[in-house]
Ligand binder design. Structure first.
Ligand SMILES: Cc1ncc(COP(=O)(O)O)c(C=O)c1O
Length: 385
């Protein structure tokens, strides 16, 4: 639904995250074309989009899912498959036995973690995942430090010098994730850096996972150029299976968060709009990144426009975003549509990356600990749909 349709919108409860099926199909068609024109397998990164109700639609095109934790790996195996690519910046020892039977590929962030779990991975029966290492290609076009995995002293990935001279025994592939909402020229530069810095390992690699950050579904992305770049890499290294695991690009502009105006509080400079949604609770990425989401029908204020500041329903003083103007004055009860809220926003308001939620307990004066609540995979899954 690309236009306002009041009757349709008023039938939806508020607040609500709403996926638009047709828009998701449009994005999938782009990845379908890429996979048909270049030797690459595309996976969904669950960390960016985990709305499992639409996985049957995604499975028509995508080859599997990538997971960053045991809980995401379970979701990938239960609801997606057949390929389950697992990479975690740091595995918890107690999660590894649960991940091994689920993972088709298991990637480690450091040589230390690989050495810690190598015998478990290589000795895993009856099923053994293909093992990989995350590398640091020492190039990222991302200027915002919170999204730049290649910043100096990064904790993400093994550098060429840390890798030594030979591929560690048992390692089949590399994962490079260094992009974020990036274009095909950044992909080209990434591959050039990998070839320059990691050339000594390439003859022995079985696969190379190019991570996420390929925003192929943004209207200005040069898909043909990306296809050329991938084909050119393949012609130089035909034995390497290319993979990628976008999150954002799959769910890019495929849905919205709808909220309702509960109150309007005018001040001398602007009008505070009190909403039934919250930036800190439901759209934390807006404050974290930070970015100002588009609101359907809103524009930047000019001249004598009433300036509206969107206020969340939490008590956090900074739970607001502005400034917006509308052609018609807002009223209590109006519905507002925050655009493009499907990727990251939804998973950030649940259990991001499927990271285990901290337990809750009490320590009494005698040093006795009482566990009140532990969280499970079912808690994670039930937050997503
Ligand atoms: C290892 C890895 N793969 C894939 C992704 C997905 O990236 P994007 O949603 O930007 O496509 C991320 C995002 O942080 C990541 O860290």
């Amino acid at each position: 639904m690309t236009q306002n349709n009041d009757a349709i919108l008023s039938a939806i409860p508020s607040p609500c995250f709403v996926l638009e099926e047709e828009l998701l199909a449009r994005n999938l068609a782009i990845f379908d074309r890429v996979q048909k024109s270049a030797p690459i397998r595309v996976m969904l990164a669950l960390k960016g989009f985990s709305l499992f109700h639409c996985f049957p639609q995604l499975r028509t095109t995508l080859k599997g899912a990538s997971a960053s934790s045991l809980w995401e790996a379970r979701l990938a195996a239960e609801e997606f498959g057949p390929e389950v690519h697992v990479y975690s910046p740091a595995y918890r020892a107690e999660d590894v036995p649960g991940i091994l039977p689920l993972a088709s590929h298991m990637t480690f962030n450091s040589i230390g973690q690989w050495e810690q779990f190598r015998s478990q991975v290589l000795g895993s029966t009856p099923h053994k995942p293909s093992a990989g290492l995350r590398i640091n290609p020492q190039y990222s076009p991302v200027k915002t430090p919170i999204y730049n995995p290649c910043q100096p002293s990064t904790r993400l990935g093994v550098s060429s010098t840390q890798m030594g001279l030979r591929l560690p025994a048992g390692i089949d592939g590399f994962l490079s994730h260094n992009l974020c909402e990036s274009d095909s020229f950044a992909l080209e530069k990434t591959l050039a850096n990998i070839e320059e810095l990691f050339d000594r390992f390439l003859p022995d690699l079985k696969w190379l996972n190019l991570g996420g950050g390929h925003l192929m579904t943004r209207s200005d992305y040069d898909v043909d150029h990306a296809i050329e770049v991938l084909n050119a890499f393949h012609s130089r290294h035909p034995h390497i299976q290319l993979l990628m695991e976008p999150g954002s690009a799959i769910a890019w502009e495929t849905g919205f968060l709808m909220g309702t105006v509960l109150d309007l509080i005018p001040t001398d400079e602007l009008t505070n709009v009190m909403l039934d949604v919250s930036f800190t609770a439901h759209m934390p990425d807006c404050l974290e990144m930070p970015y100002k989401p588009a609101i359907r029908g809103a524009r930047a204020p000019e001249g004598d426009d009433t300036i509206y500041r969107m206020g969340g329903s939490s008590c956090l003083a900074g739970d607001f975003l502005g400034d917006y103007a509308f052609d018609k004055e807002l009223a209590i009860g109006d519905r507002l549509i925050f655009e493009d809220m499907m990727h990251y926003t939804m998973v950030k308001t649940s259990m991001f990356n499927g990271v285990v939620h901290p337990s809750i307990g009490r320590l009494d004066k005698d040093g006795n600990f009482k566990l009140w609540r532990e969280f499970s995979y079912e808690d994670y899954r039930s937050r997503l749909g």
